[in-house]
Design a protein around this ligand. Structure first.
Ligand code: ADP
Ligand code: AMP
Length: 215
């Protein structure tokens, strides 16, 4: 099953992808997570990406295209993949199309999680992360013990780009560069919209219903 989970920052892509990846046994590929791991490890890619990420800008297309090509060629993608945070521009989507043709794993569906701007700001400003990859929200999805990860006991932290000024910039970048992909995938008859304002479980059920069609 070859799926893109699409939506603005804060739509719930990472939260849903983590569960869906387990349910459908396909890898969750988050370009944001890959870039953050590189930033943490201080790699050349990480140093370059951090300049853009801290400002709420997109990392250049050529960097992302190379990264996603390498990732999709890994053996764990043999039975499918769940992309989260890629593509974010038309050139990235065109490149993805070429890569997927080359490896004969065309997209089945692009699930667009639709959430209002006010809700996104509240979600992102209350998001707390763990270095193990788990993500929480101080009100909507809080850990059992404040500031501590349920999964690994690690200390939760706020992402540098989850500050209100950077959040606003990320939403502008989403509108200008990423949102046009909704029409792009609609024209290719790959897009399915779901309401993302419900609870985590409601959204999970809605996406599962769509993904079940492609099992
Ligand atoms: P994305 O990966 O799309 O940027 P996340 O999955 O990290 O978004 O979710 C952003 C924040 O919103 C997190 O703090 C998460 O716990 C919270 N969240 C995710 N889905 C929901 C939901 N359906 N209702 C309320 N909060 C949610
Ligand atoms: P995310 O974790 O998806 O919210 O991404 C965090 C940040 O990583 C973004 O604001 C961008 O700076 C960068 N990033 C992640 N994915 C991409 C992408 N596909 N294209 C460009 N930049 C990206």
């Amino acid at each position: 099953m070859n799926v893109v989970l699409f939506g603005p920052p804060g739509a719930g892509k990472g939260t849903q992808a983590k569960e869906l990846s387990q349910k459908y046994d396909i890898p969750h590929i988050s370009t944001g997570d890959i870039l953050r791991a590189n930033v943490r490890e201080g790699t050349e890619l990480g140093l370059k990406a951090k300049e853009y990420m801290d400002k709420g800008e997109l990392v250049p297309d050529q960097v992302l295209i190379g990264l996603i090509k390498d990732r999709l060629e890994e053996p764990d993608c043999a039975n499918g993949y769940l992309l989260d945070g890629y593509p974010r521009t038309i050139p990235q989507a065109d490149a993805l199309d070429d890569i997927l043709k080359e490896i004969s794993k065309p997209l089945d569906v692009v699930v667009n999680i639709d959430v209002s701007d006010e809700e996104l700001i509240g979600r992102l400003s209350g998001r707390r992360m763990c270095k193990c990859g788990e993500s929480y929200h101080i009100m909507f999805n809080s850990p059992k013990e404040e500031g501590v990860c349920n999964a690994c006991g690690g200390q939760l932290y706020q992402r540098d780009d989850d500050r209100e000024d950077v959040i606003r910039q990320r939403l502008v970048v989403y509108s200008e560069k990423t949102k046009p992909l909704i029409d792009y995938y609609e024209e290719k008859e790959l897009l399915v919209n779901i309401a993302g304002n419900g609870t985590v479980n409601e959204v999970f059920e809605a996406i599962s219903e769509i993904m079940d069609r492609y099992k």
